[in-house]
Design a protein around this ligand. Structure first.
Ligand code: PLP
Length: 233
């Protein structure tokens, strides 16, 4: 199967799942997760119509964005160290992995210097696993309030990564919790906070994520095949 074939098949599944769940197909967008993927294969995905690319590592992303350009949207989905906020603020259109006030404050400062407003999602660690990034569920609402007060940051929604399960059905409660949190936050009508985006669902569990309300699915392996075990930075 070519990359274009993979994308076509995923898009069909996405549309079917959205429609079965009573939502228009256009309510769910496909992000191609391009960590470790070389330029030629990313170009194949772009030519097949994907226009959101998700990267995990700053240096790798910087090189690719310089080489491939900004005709597509580049989003940051990986863990972001506070000392990388300066580069990240000018590089990405959206950062999915804001999970602490120190990082948000630094991004705000850097966005201000560059004269831009930066779109972010708040990453929530629903499972509470220690190995996972994200603000714990119990601290999420408070973090949203604090980030909302930063003038150059604009919250657009939430992101999560559930634990790995062999059966994607087991991930459903985590996706559902994120959607419920989104609804809770939306009902507070916090000035400057939009709760339009739910970034959730990967190769193994995107169907369940869409059923639970995902608006952006982040897919790597189902598009590009398995990644090398050791991920170069
Ligand atoms: C790698 C990665 C993905 C994509 O995972 P696949 O299983 O390859 O689809 C999605 N989200 C994040 C945060 C990732 O790091």
């Amino acid at each position: 199967m070519s990359i274009a074939d993979n994308i076509k098949r995923i898009r069909e599944t996405m549309a079917e799942t959205a429609e079965k769940s009573g939502r228009p197909a256009s309510s769910v967008r496909l992000m191609a997760v391009t960590k470790t993927v070389d330029d030629a294969r990313i170009i194949e995905a772009i030519e097949a119509g994907v226009d959101i690319m998700g990267e995990n590592y700053i240096q790798e992303a910087k090189r690719k964005i310089e080489s491939l350009g900004r005709s597509v949207h580049w989003h940051m989905i990986g863990h972001l160290q506070t000392n990388k906020a300066k580069i990240a603020a000018g590089l990405f259109e959206m950062i999915h992995s804001v999970d602490r006030i120190e990082l948000a404050t630094e991004l705000d400062k850097r966005a201000a210097t560059k004269g831009l407003s930066l779109d972010v999602l708040i990453e929530v660690n629903i499972s509470g696993e220690e190995t996972k990034n994200g603000v714990p569920l119990a601290g999420a609402v408070d973090l949203v309030h604090r980030v909302a007060a930063l003038p150059n940051i604009s919250i657009k929604g939430l992101m999560t990564m559930p634990p790995y399960f062999d059966d994607p059905e087991d991930a459903r409660p985590f996706f559902r919790s994120l959607r419920e949190l989104k609804e809770t936050i939306a009902s507070e009508k916090i000035p400057g906070v939009e709760m339009n985006e739910l970034s959730m669902g990967m190769t193994g569990d995107y169907i369940v994520a869409i059923e639970e309300g995902a608006t952006i699915v982040r897919i790597g392996r189902a598009i590009f095949g398995e990644r090398p075990l050791r991920t170069p930075r």
